[in-house]
Design a protein around this ligand. Sequence first.
Ligand code: GLN
Ligand code: ZN
Length: 757
Amino acid sequence: MPKNSVLGFPRIGEKRELKFALERFWSGQSDFDAVEAVADELKKRHWNYQLDAGIELISCNDFSYYDLMLDTTILLGAIPERFRDISEPTALYFAMARGDKTHTAMQMTKWFNTNYHYIVPELTATTTYALNTEKVLREFEEAKAAGVSNPKVNLIGPITYLGLSKSDDIDPFEHFDKVLALYETLLKHLDEAGVEYVQIDEPYFTKDVEQKMLSLLKIAYDRLGNVSNNIKLIVTTYFNHSCEATNVLVHTPVYGLGLDFVYGEKNLESLDAIAISSKQLFAGVVDGRNVWRNDIEKTLQFLETITQHIEREKITIATSCSLLHTPYTLKYEEKLESEIKSWLAFGLEKLDEVNLITEQFFKEPLSPKEQEAYSQNIRANISRKHSKTIHDEAVQKRIATALIVERDTPYAKRIQVQRETLGYKDLSTTTIGSFPQTPELRQTRRDYKKGAITQDQYELVMKKYIDECVAFQESVGLDVLVHGEPERNDMVEYFGEMLKGFAFTQNGWVQSYGSRCVKPPLIFGDVSRPKAMTVSWSAYAQSKTQKHMKGMLTGPVTILNWSFVRDDKSRDEVAKQIAVAISDEVDDLQKAGIKIIQVDEAAFKEGYPLRNEQINDYEKWALESFKISVASAEATTQIHTHMCYSDFNDIIHTIEAMDADVITIETARSGNRLLKIFKEAGYKQEVGPGIYDIHSPRVPSVEEMVAQIKALQEVLPQKQLWINPDCGLKTRKWDEVKPSLQNMVEAVNIVRREATY
Ligand code: GLN
Ligand code: ZN
C-alpha cells in the first residue's frame, strides 16, 4: 500500500523557467527545441524533489506546456473543426491555446473556484475522436528514467472532461460512450506499458450534480475498473466534498478514492462506506491551495479519528489537490519577516510535511533532521497562535461591535439628493478608473520601490500623469473624471501594501493560465489601515478640475478573493476587517471633498462556493462586507461599484442588494442579453453597461456606439443609464484610448441632441 501521494506538482518552474522559455518561443526568439529542453529539465527536477522528500506515489503527466484540459483534448483527438488545417502538432497546440493570425483561440475559463484557467473543450455533433497516447506514455517513461520507480499516471476523468466542455448543438454527454471507449483503450495501453497506478481526477463531483451524472459515474468506473487487473485506479476529487460520488464509487472496481479533507470536511461522512468496500483512502490532509504551514499535531489527531473507521494500512497520506495552486518554495524569500516565514509552507515545504505526517502516522522512526523539523512545526504553530503580529486587539474589538451595514438614507431618497447636488445629466459619461500604463510609469514605480528616486521625484511623475489624464478627459468632454491610477500596478496589491496584516513574497508565483502567473498577497494577520491610502492622489486630481473626480478603491471581497487568506480565521471575519478599513478610506475621501467613490468588486462572483448548500452563507457575508465598506458614505456621496463580467443571471438580486448607487458592468461582448436581466429583475439603481470592449485594440466608431446607446435605451430608461467602457483602460495604448473615448462622448452628444427635438 502506498503510504503517501502527491496529487500533482506545479510545472512553470520555481524561477518561472517555463514561462520565459514559452514566451521566447512565441516571440520567435527561439525554436521549440529550446522549450522542450527547459521542460525536460523541469520535469526531472520536480521528480527529484519529490523523491528526495520521501514521496512514494509521484505523478507523471501532471506537466503541461499550457494546460491539462487542453492536453486531454489532444489525448482524445477532439480537435475543433477550425483547427483541422494545422498539421504540425506544436503549431496546432498553441493555436488552440492562444489563437494565431488565422485562428481564434479556444475559450478559457476558471478551474472550479481557483484562479487557474483551463482551455474549454469545444464539442459538436461532428466532433471526431482519435486516441493520442504519445504524451502520457512519454512522461511515464521519462519519470522512470529520472528514478521514479513506479510513477502514477495522472488523467482528467471522462465525466469531468465532458462536464466542463461546451457545445452549441449537443449535450456533450451524448459523446459519453465514445469517450469512455477511448479511456478504456488508453488504460489498456497504460497496462501494456507497465503502469500500475492511475490517478483519475473527477473534481466535477465536488459540485452539485444531477442523478444522471451519478449513473454515468457508475457505468464509467465499472468499465474502467475492469480493464486490467494490474492497474490500480484512484478516482480523485478536490476543492470540496464529493459524498454522492463516493457512495457510487465504493460499488465499482476501482482501487482507491482521493478525497479532500481540507475543503471538504463533509467527506468524513463517507468513511464507513469506504471501510466496508475496503478501498484505499487517499486522505487529502495537506492543503494544496494555500500557503500556511500544516499543524501536524492537529492533522495526526484528525487522521486518528479516521482510523476509528478505516484501518491504518488502508490510508494513504496525500495533498488535498495538486500543488499547482501554491507557489514553489520559500527558499528564495529573503525579505519576508522571519516570523511570518516560519508560518508558511509552499510546494516544496509541503512535500516535507506530507513526509513527516506519513512517518508519524505510520510510527516510523524520525531522523534527527526530521525530528528537528517536527519540533519546529510544533513551535511555529504555537507562535502563530499567540503572535502579536497577527492578533490585534483593537481590530478585533472594532469588528466585534455592531458594524454599520446600511447607509443612513435609502436609495430612492439618496439618488434624488445626489442628482441635485452633483447635477449630472442622463447618460453621463465616465471611465472605469485606469488609463494606459506606460513603460515610464512602471519604471518610475520600480525606481521608487528600490529607493533609486526620492518620494518627491516619484510624486512629480505621477502628478504629471494625473494632470495629463485630467486635461485629456476635459478636452474630450467626459462628465465624471478619474485620476488614472498611475500609482498602482495592481488593484489588490496596491491596497495590500498599505494595509496592516498583509505580506508580500518575492517569488510566490502561481500559474493563472498558460505562461501567465500571479503573485497573490498573503493576509496573515488582523487587517487595519494605518493611514489614508488614496486620499492625497484623489484630492490632487480633484484640485485640477471643476468636474467631479471619482475616488477609486478596491472592495473587500475582491481583495480577499485575490489573496492567500489566513486559515486560522473565517473568510467572513477577514472580509469584515478589510471592509472596515475601506469604510474609513471612503469616509476620508468624502471629507477631502470627493463626491463620487467607486469601490471595485471585480472578483465578487469568483468567490461563489461550489456547493449550493454554501451559497447563502457566502452571499450573506460577502454582501455585508461590501455594504460595510461603503456604509460610511453620506447620502450626498455617490457610491459606484464595478464588476467586469456578465454572468449575473443567478446573482442579480444579490447585486441589487449591494445597494450601490451606480454599477458599471461588462456588456460590450454579451450584448443586451445581460441588461435584460436587470430589466426583468426590476433593478432600481443606476447602471453603466460598458458600451465597448476594452479587451480589443479596435477603436469603435461613433455610429456603432450611437446604435449601442439606443439599444440600451430600449431596455432601461435613459434616466438609469451611464455610458462608459466595460473595464479599466490600463492595458490599452493611448492612441486606442483617445479616439475611442472621443467617439464615445460624441455618440452620447448625438443621442442627447436627437432627444431634444
Ligand atoms: N478600477 C480598475 C481599473 O480601471 C478596475 C479594474 C478591474 O475591474 N479589473 O483598472
Ligand atoms: Zn473590470
